[in-house]
Design a protein around this ligand. Structure first.
Ligand code: ATP
Length: 308
């Protein structure tokens, strides 16, 4: 397990990372999500050791991550770093060789990786001749070139078409299946929802919540239901109902009764609604990740989401 403990980093008056602690377990894809300027890149750079924290530490299976250990991490930085004029396959082979592969094994590895990423026809092309999406695929190959022990990927999916997202998702899932701790940042919440088992949400340089996807979805579901019926001002007057709000053409209501009694309150709402007219839908409300994210972050003022 990769563990980040109390990492803090300031840039002048800006507290870009403020007492950041979270875990990246093995066997799960961890999504690192937050708005622009939330502190994701700063945190990832500290994990890699390319940026020194003011305080705090990073450990892998309880051992502090030293320069030597982080050499075996695969990193995809925010600022993409391939040489534009160098041929794609040569470049990935060069990176593999830097990580100890023999020349022949490195060339082999480069070819296999690039083919798996759909770049089999472009092996001999210079990076600058590739489309942006294909350059992004090559960047992913670069992060994987050294057969990394840990993967830290900053926005690996940005600019990829849906087919490439699926391909890269499968490749990453394969690494995770082999026990490699993997964290990636993204703004694409639908994709995070689809790919990630574990989530870390950051805003304003602080961790707002972490947990498995199921835990977060459950924690935010609360005792809420949604109903599709006619005018619904009366719902707020049903004993036990604490809040009613319009939601996607339906009415979402929360119940504050003890857990065992909440369902009975919801049934009472349904009974009264049926007495007033047709009910097109009635179900416990299950948030998706976009809604969890909105509840955790978007309801905060923007200046608290980005540290200035
Ligand atoms: P984005 O999703 O937009 O890439 P992020 O979550 O990766 O954002 P960071 O790049 O970590 O956010 O930035 C966090 C805060 O730290 C921002 O306010 C940013 O302006 C500031 N910051 C980051 N790096 C530096 C630096 N080298 N010098 C000064 N301020 C910095």
């Amino acid at each position: 397990m990769l563990e980040v403990t109390h990492l803090t980093r300031t840039f002048g008056a800006i507290r870009a990372a403020d007492d950041i602690s979270f875990q990246v377990p093995r066997g799960a894809i961890t999504g690192f999500i937050g708005g622009n300027g939330a502190g994701k890149t700063t945190t990832m750079r500290m994990i890699l050791g390319v940026l020194h924290p003011d305080s705090g530490q990073v450990s892998l299976d309880g051992r502090p991550v030293t320069r030597e250990l982080s050499r075996h991490f695969g990193y995809m930085p925010e600022e993409r770093g391939l040489y534009p004029k160098m041929r794609v396959a040569e470049q990935i082979a060069y990176l593999a060789a830097l990580h100890g592969f023999s020349q022949a094994a490195a060339a082999n590895r480069a070819e296999t990786l690039l083919k798996s990423l759909g770049l089999g026809q472009r092996l001999a092309d210079p990076v600058e001749k590739l489309s942006l999406g294909n350059q992004q695929r090559a960047q992913i190959a670069a992060a994987l070139a050294g057969d990394p022990d840990v993967l830290v990927l900053d926005e690996p999916f940005s600019g990829l078409d849906p087919m490439a997202v699926d391909t890269v998702g499968e490749i990453l899932r394969d690494y995770v299946g082999r026990g490699v701790p993997l964290i990636f940042s993204s703004h694409q919440l639908d994709l995070v929802e689809r790919l990630c088992d574990h989530l870390v949400i950051i805003a304003g340089g602080r961790i707002r919540t972490t947990g498995s996807r199921a835990e977060l979805l459950h924690a935010h579901a609360g005792q809420r239901w949604e109903i599709e019926c006619g005018p619904a001002a009366w719902i707020a007057d049903v004993p036990g109902v604490s809040a009613v709000e319009p939601f996607n053409g339906r009415h979402r209501f929360a119940v504050t009764a003890p857990e065992g009694e909440a369902a009975a309150v919801a049934q009472e709402v349904l009974r009264q609604a049926l007495g007033r007219g047709p009910v097109a839908a009635f179900a416990p409300w299950q948030p998706n990740l976009v809604e969890v994210f909105r509840e955790v972050i978007v309801d905060e003022p923007q200046d608290k989401q980005e540290n200035r």
